[in-house]
Structures are given as structure tokens and as C-alpha cells.
Design a protein around this ligand. Sequence first.
Ligand code: NAG
Length: 128
Amino acid sequence: MQFTTNLTYVLIVFTAVLLSLVRAAPLIARDVYVPPITYPHPGTIWKIGSYHNVTWDTTNPPEHITNSVGRIVLRKGVLATDIVLKSGFNILDGRVVVQVPKVTPDKDYSLVLFGDSGNFSPQFTITH
Ligand SMILES: *[C@@H]1O[C@H](CO)[C@@H](O)[C@H](O)[C@H]1NC(C)=O
């Protein structure tokens, strides 16, 4: 009985230590950088085929960015589409020109800017 209790205690402590190490590791190893998108914003209307600068705020980036290669993906409603508007640019550029893709016109599109992680824009409209 005594042995079992001690063993259980040791296992619990060991597991807790292991979990805290696993959780802490990514924070130590990475500087996650997710700059907020400033354009498009609510009220923005994009015509299919036209070109626009997507812009984002690049103030206060961390010293060491884990992944500085950016990618912009179109999202509709709450679902990401497989439409990549741009990739391979520097996340510190603060803007990149994209062409509005031929999609069904609607008012619930948004963009996801990926660097280390994804950051959504507000929803905006794509029209003919
Ligand atoms: C994007 O921004 C750059 C710099 O302000 C400007 O020269 C260019 O004309 C813009 N392009 C579009 C499509 O708005």
C-alpha cells in the first residue's frame, strides 16, 4: 500500500515536470511573430481581377523571427480556402500586392497572413 502510494506520487510529479518542460520548450525556442493586418478592413470592397496592397503593422517585431517568410491565404466565413494570394515575401515588408481571385462574390471574405502563425483580417467584400 505504502509502496503503491509513493509510486503513484512519483509518477504524478514526473508527469507534471515532463509536461511543463514540453510546454515551456516552444516559448524558449521560438519568437512567434504575428503582425496585425491593417488592410483590407471592414468596409473594404475588392473587385475580382484588381490589384491591392495588403498591409500589416510591422512595428515591434521580435529580435529573432522564427519564420520570416510570409504567405497570404483567402478565407471565407470561418473556413480557410485553398487559394494562396501570395507567398514567399518577407513578413517585415509590411505590404504586398495581391490580385483579387475569381471567386463567388460575397461579403464574408477575409485574409490570413502567415508567418510563424496565422493572423486574420476583418471580413470584407469581393465583388464583380
Ligand atoms: C502598392 O503600394 C506601393 C507603395 O505605396 C505603390 O507604389 C503601389 O502602386 C501600390 N499598388 C497597388 C496595386 O495599390
